[in-house]
Design a protein around this ligand. Sequence first.
Ligand code: COA
Length: 679
Amino acid sequence: MPTDTDSTDPQSHAHTASLTSPSTFWHTHAQQLHWSTPYTTPLHHDAATAGWTWFPGGTISATYNLVTRHVLAGNGARTAIIWDSPVTGMKRRITYGELQEEVEVLAEVLRQRGVGRGDRVLVYMPMIPECQIALLAIAHLGAVHTVVFGGFAPAECSKRIDSAEPKLVLTASCGIEGGAGGKRRVTPYLPLVREAIDKSAHKPQATLLWQREEMYQALDKGRGELGWNKLVRSERIPGGGGCVEVGEAFPSEDPQYIIYTSGTTGKPKGVIRTLGGHLVGLSYTAKTLFNLTPSSTIFCASDLGWVVGHSYIHYSPLLLGATTILFEGKPIGTPDASTFWRIVEDYKVDVLSTAPTALRAIHREDPELRGLAAHDTSSLKALFLAGERSEAGIVDLFQRRLWGGYDGSGTIVDNWWSSESGSPMTGVCLGLYPRPPRIKPGSAGRPLPGWDIRIVDDSGKRITEAGKMGNIVLGLPLAPTGFRSLWADEEGALYTKAYKQRFGADLLDTGDAGYIDADGFVNVMSRTDDVINVAAHRFSTGAMEGVVLGHAGIGEAYVVPCPDSLKGHVPFGFLVLEAALQDVDEGVLLKEVNELVRREIGPIAVLGGIVVLTKVPRTRSGKTLRRVMREVLEGVVAGGDGRGVEVPATIDDVTSVESVRAAVVRWWKERGGVVKAKM
Ligand code: COA
């Protein structure tokens, strides 16, 4: 087993080189891209501000590197995007040459509407090729995209509009959801976008709407709504095609996009990804981590609304000139649990990337994995898992079923990262080994080049002892995809508070806790902050509590993560009711609370259960003991009785813990109902 300090191991060697001399290391990899103006230095540290800049002085065109250079190299006929949409029954292939034309046409449409360098464009789109074309067209103009996941409610979208202040909104007439039980739901997007804009103080100049065949939406010109299909039709060059223009280059430090992630305050934080570092880091990981070549096909079964989708559906495969699969469906129910394996067979997929939740869902639906056995998955060389902790059992099961064991013919690669990092921080660099090295199921792999991962105790002191739990922090600078600031964050106050306050200016807090074992494998165990990870999506408990408290009859709300065998965790509410609501029907209360959550955050964040308390465990100074409530819940869900949770000596009323425990036990027995704690 290689260790992190073993200089004969290629990944350790690259990791050490990247931290010893980041400038030299990343300069080598930056040379794989086309720079319109060479940078003056790869990495600059400003002693006065203590800030880092990547590739200052350089200018680069994203679209030239993502599309044009492949066309100019004679690969215009190679497939860039395969759209496979089991929810509509449609499939489409787009070559790099076609993509070039589509991007130029849409960029021209956006340019005519005044979009230029630095302008924000908000994208609220389903998983259709127009979404990728839009991201490229925005980049072509040096504008900044901010994609909002289609499962977010108008209120969440509105927060992002007010923060990013976009000039335009791009959307489609509908999203189409499939899922368990073969349900198919067509959701009109325009009313959601209108409501979001109505709620916002900032008003975008226009909304461009892509009409899908499945639903036509009448546009309101008075609201600045424009038909995207018509605009690109009239813009298209007669008899066009083959028109190759070199994209305009922009400074390396320009923002490429903003992606919002859960904040502890309930207000989403706008993570800024800068242009040059982003492209260099994703070009590097495409080759080194994923081992992609221009002839590879990658199927990243995420959504373009999440960072995983940004990086590995969109940017990384296109940077390499490879083929990416854009999938509009779910791991189950579209139409069944064999869909992923059908796609692997149909398109000879080399690399599949998904979340552990998807594997759990497939396994639950198809325990014998007959769907997998029925398809030829021999093209598959790796299965990447990210977004949440993967349990060893699920990794081992799929490793054995896909490759018959650990003989090196193919491997699962658990990789740990976040919206803030922009690319994986741990994993196995498949491109550095002739055959995949042995993994440790349950661990997230070893640190990747560019990431100085350390474990510290609560006082910030480094823990060097192997296997000892602590806070996972990052030494600076981060690898080039890493964020360095937040959008609309005056003088970096929020950035400092959220990431640097706990352990000092030189260490970045990831909000995760875990340990590094004797072989250098990183094990990410839990969150240390107020974030819940639901089916590989992060939500703020603070934001949820705010929404639940919007219910007139609820006086106090404490939302904690509840372990869930499918989604990893689901939100769970401990509530205290106002006197007027004491006789409420419990089922009605759960429904009402979840209606609020659906309306204010989105259906992806609904609570898995509620317990109504009359006494909340608190310290004598009045601090609510959320940890105690969470641990009681975890104990009961794990099959225990919830006893034995460590209770601080400063607790005000020790009977409150027993009250929580009894209520949770009864809730667990009734599975999902609401139980009132009787005192
Ligand atoms: N637009 C609108 N609604 C959406 C949506 C979208 N893009 N995505 C999800 N929703 C809705 C669903 O329709 C569902 O609504 P409902 O409660 O009214 O039925 C709700 O949000 C919850 O959806 P989801 O979390 O997808 O749960 P599910 O029970 O429908 O499906 C899984 C379960 C496991 C199949 C699904 O969670 C899944 O595919 N998980 C993998 C996630 C993943 O790959 N993440 C990668 C991030 S890196």
